[in-house]
Ligand binder design. Structure first.
Ligand code: COA
Length: 377
């Protein structure tokens, strides 16, 4: 398929939020039951100095360290069960839609409805997220099939930066004429790769799905977002890592090995990623000749409230208000690549025509992406 080259815009975004949510209080109660049971079961070995006692978690620490108060999840009961502490569901037969595709489709349908777009008129779907349910067939092809689309789909993974990398990929397709309408879908079942028994990180993630419809300007609805520019960077780091993969298929040993789930050096991530991301946004704004005071809003990756506060203040030159840099961490927690898109989706209708904002993501890789947008209405 080859089309005339066109200017890419965001026509609409979509959101699927799982109905169930876990509060910090519920999470900590479950975690601390697990700790108490472990310490009781290992009391003799702990007393002898052979086993290290586990320490309890605390609601106050979680809120102060991260800004997170709750997270939506797909499988609340099994996550909170101190004997399980992970999401569990029955394996679905091949004839049934996969869980990842299902929530991606829900977000995609929301984006399509908001744009008034028939799925038949979409050329491509990119499933851009941090964990894919299976290697193949691509989840994107399953989403394409269920939406009744022609064209093509493929999966891509750049961890927490998957959405912005997906937006630039879609925009480049539209610029080159290989597609005119591209759905970027971000289903994030973060509960499946979080170690719910790890005190340092058990509170970080939640489940959600977002979708972004990137289209040629001439077919977009009258209210849309012009993509002024985007910039992506990656820099290798072991500080956020997950070693699970097809070369170490799930045996009882690999299932319980902490490195087969999300693991991070949180302090190092904080120290190294903040300046990297602030410079990325500032340099891209300078290239686009947009002064910080010309920026109406920042929709930052939702990893940590303190991290976002610091990045926003470096970019803006002053402490950002909740209006300048909104957060959804309190109710959604970190939802990997979907975070900045939720922030945009829930906090963009109030902007006026001509207002400029920036979507920015960052995470494992390290990877970071920034997309500058202007509202057209
Ligand atoms: N409950 C109570 N106390 C806890 C705790 C918990 N769940 N987890 C850790 N602590 C304690 C530690 O034991 C430590 O105690 P000490 O000072 O007596 O040694 C203290 O709290 C500080 O621990 P630390 O891990 O250094 O916390 P932190 O202030 O660095 O915050 C993060 C942890 C993860 C919130 C923070 O490092 C961060 O936001 N990093 C950014 C990375 C990120 O969000 N990545 C996501 C992927 S993009």
């Amino acid at each position: 398929m080859s089309q005339p080259a066109a200017k890419p815009v965001i026509s609409a975004t979509g959101l699927f939020t799982p109905p169930d949510s876990i509060s910090n209080e519920e999470l900590v109660a479950s975690f601390n039951t697990h700790v108490a049971r472990f310490n009781a079961a290992n009391a003799a070995a702990i007393d002898a100095g052979d086993v290290k006692a586990l320490e309890p978690s605390s609601v106050e620490f979680i809120e102060k360290a991260s800004g997170i108060k709750a997270r939506h999840v797909l499988a609340k009961a099994s996550i909170l069960d101190p004997d399980i502490m992970e999401p569990r569901w029955a394996e679905r037969p091949n004839e049934e839609v996969s869980v990842l595709a299902e929530i991606g489709i829900a977000a995609a349908r929301d984006a399509l409805a908001r744009a008034g777009r028939d799925a038949k008129d979409v050329d491509a779907v990119l499933c851009a997220c941090s964990n894919l349910q299976r290697p193949y067939p691509a989840i994107a092809v399953e989403i394409q099939d269920r939406l009744g689309m022609d064209g093509f789909g493929f999966d891509m993974n750049v961890a927490c930066s998957s959405a912005t990398f997906g937006i630039q990929t879609a925009a480049d397709m539209i610029r080159s004429g290989s597609a005119r309408s591209v759905l970027v879908v971000n289903p994030e079942i973060c509960s499946g790769h979080l170690n719910w028994r790890d005190r340092d990180s058990h509170f970080i993630f939640g489940d959600v799905a977002t979708a972004i419809l990137v289209e040629a300007e001439d077919m977009a609805p009258s209210t849309h977002w012009e993509i002024l520019g985007s910039k992506l960077i990656t820099r290798f780091s072991n500080n956020i890592r997950n070693n699970f993969g097809f070369l170490n298929r799930a045996t009882p040993e690999t299932r319980s090995a902490p490195d087969k789930l999300f693991i991070q050096q949180g302090r190092s991530v904080f120290k190294e990623v903040v300046p990297m991301v602030a410079a990325l946004i500032s340099d891209e704004l300078a290239r686009l000749e947009i002064a910080p005071k010309g920026l109406r809003r920042l929709w930052l990756h939702q990893a940590n409230a303190n991290m976002n506060r610091l990045i926003a203040s470096k970019v803006l030159g002053h402490e950002a208000s909740a209006d300048e840099s909104p957060t959804v961490l309190d109710t959604y927690a970190n939802t990997s690549s979907a975070g900045s898109i939720i922030a945009f989706h829930l906090n963009s209708d109030d902007l006026n025509a001509g207002d400029i904002g920036v979507i920015c993501s960052f995470g494992a890789g390290y990877s970071a992406g920034t997309v500058a947008l202007r509202k057209i209405a």
